[in-house]
Design a protein around this ligand. Structure first.
Ligand code: NAD
Length: 459
């Protein structure tokens, strides 16, 4: 069995099966065998079952939230927020199942008709990370099932308890064996079984860019469709003319979500000369009031980091920045609580040569950079291999529009620190991956387009 630990105190909070190759293969077989019947169900029937799943989980959202606090470390308020966000995908795709419309195209031949049919891609597989143990699963499974695909998921071995709970509720809602399967064990071995099986027609992966590239290479050999939601290095740009208080609030909320362990977390905060000092001071003041603690309480708290390697990475990035001249205005070291808790930290006067400018931090660290002009900050924002999201605060409409065109990212968020919801296309460009999740674009990832020519119809 795989033991699951609470990052807040290191206690064991549960176990998940450590499946061997034969067990994983059997689950893949079930996923593939269930496809014909599931794909032929009426779209409304698929939608109704998803709706039932949504309702059952919604009614027990507190059960899920407590599991998430224990295995992930995020606080209760955030766990509930993630559940509502994640439930939104089940609800949205329960409805969207009925809206996978095909097309007719004016015929190029005299006695013919041209149709475009949309068909489910086939049996699919997904691999998910630990930072959103609930939403990452609903976002993929609900979309696949709505489209008529079946799906086998390998959740993160750090947070499998939420995942298996979701599976339980799916069964209660009437999602049959095979239509939604789950496996846990050796990630590399399971990944190889997914990518190596020709019957699996699509793989959706959320996780690090390094692992995404490995899976893309392996999937490429079998020409599978892929969706890759990978790492980020989000710029958060605040211009002199920004609504100051809104920008501070938006930044603090976005940065501290999940203690900074989010792919869309502001990773480079660029503030324009005119307000730089005042803005940094306001963030220091706000961040210094935050409480750091385990999360099983009503109050918002900054939680622990997920594991020792995540913790060591934050320590190392901050230490490197300090050595190269960063000003530490708040925190800057592990928290006195010990374990995996790190102090909310504000670093100022950073430069683009520091490791922290090029690496996903994944911790409660606010890294500030000063800039002067729009051109300069756009160039610096784009100077990264990643392209997931960019945030900017400005009240100049022309500039807001230029930014939305000139920034290389899958998502540009203007005057807000909040990105996701079920009705919008989430995803990145460059080394942040490809494909979109959410919205009607998300379901296209699970669809094959079939062109049908019907000739010889007569006049
Ligand atoms: P990770 O890549 O280490 O792990 C992600 C998943 O892949 C886990 O389930 C893990 O068990 C599995 N895995 C690891 N090695 C594997 C292999 N060789 N073959 C198959 N599967 C393998 O990432 P993580 O540490 O769990 O998550 C953090 C990363 O995820 C960050 O880089 C973050 O930016 C990214 N992320 C991206 C998004 C997005 O939507 N773009 C969202 C959340 C997290």
């Amino acid at each position: 069995m795989i033991k699951v630990f609470n990052p807040a105190d290191g206690t064991c909070v549960g176990e998940a099966p450590e499946m061997n190759a034969a067990e994983v293969k059997a689950a893949i077989d079930r996923t593939c065998n269930a496809f014909p019947a599931w794909s032929r169900k009426l779209a409304k029937e698929r939608g109704d079952i998803l709706r039932r799943w949504f309702e059952l989980v919604r009614d027990d959202r507190h059960v899920f939230a407590e599991i998430m606090v224990r295995e992930n470390g995020k606080c209760l308020a955030e766990a509930l927020g993630e559940i509502d966000y994640g439930l939104g995908f089940i609800e949205w795709y329960a409805e969207e199942a009925r809206r996978v419309y095909g097309d007719t195209i004016p015929s190029h031949a005299p006695n013919a008709a041209v149709m475009v049919m949309k068909e489910p891609a086939g049996p699919t597989a997904a691999i998910t990370p630990w930072n959103f143990p609930f939403m990452m699963i609903t976002r993929k499974v609900a979309t696949a099932l709505a489209a008529g695909c079946t799906m086998i998921i390998k959740p993160s071995e750090e947070t499998p308890l939420t995942a298996y709970k979701l599976l339980d509720y799916a069964r209660k809602a009437g999602i049959p064996e095979g239509v939604f399967e789950m496996v846990t064990g050796n990630p590399q071995e399971i990944g190889a079984l997914f990518t190596g099986d020709d019957r699996i027609r699509k793989i959706s992966f959320t996780g690090s860019t390094a692992v995404g590239k490995l899976l893309a290479a392996a999937s490429g050999r079998a020409l599978k469709k892929m969706t890759l939601e990978l790492g980020g290095n989000a710029p958060f740009i605040v211009f002199d003319d920004a609504d100051f208080d809104e920008a501070v609030a938006g930044l603090v909320a976005a940065k501290l979500r999940n203690s900074g362990q989010v792919c869309i977390s502001p990773n480079r905060i660029y503030v324009q000369d005119g307000i730089y000092d005042r803005f940094v001071a306001a963030v220091v003041e706000r961040a210094s009031q935050l409480r750091v603690d385990q999360g099983l309480q009503q109050e918002f708290v900054v939680g622990p980091l997920i594991n020792q390697s995540g913790f060591d990475k934050v320590v190392q990035l901050v230490d490197d920045a300090k050595r190269r001249g960063a000003a530490v205005l708040l925190g800057g070291k592990p928290h006195a609580k010990g374990g995996l808790f790190y102090q909310p930290t504000v670093l100022a006067d950073l430069n683009d040569d520091m490791q922290i400018a090029h690496t996903e931090i994944f911790g409660p660290v606010f890294p500030f950079y000063r800039f002067s002009s729009e051109d300069e900050v756009v160039n610096r924002s784009n100077n990264t291999e990643y392209g997931l999201v960019a945030y900017a605060y400005t009240r100049d409409v022309g500039r807001a529009f230029r930014l939305s065109r000139n920034i290389e990212a899958g998502m540009v968020i203007l005057n807000s620190g909040s990105v996701g919801t079920a009705s919008v296309p989430f995803g990145g460009v460059k080394h942040s991956g490809y494909g979109r999740e959410g919205s009607h674009y998300g379901i296209d990832e699970y669809i094959e387009v079939k062109y049908v020519l019907m000739d010889g119809l007569g006049r």
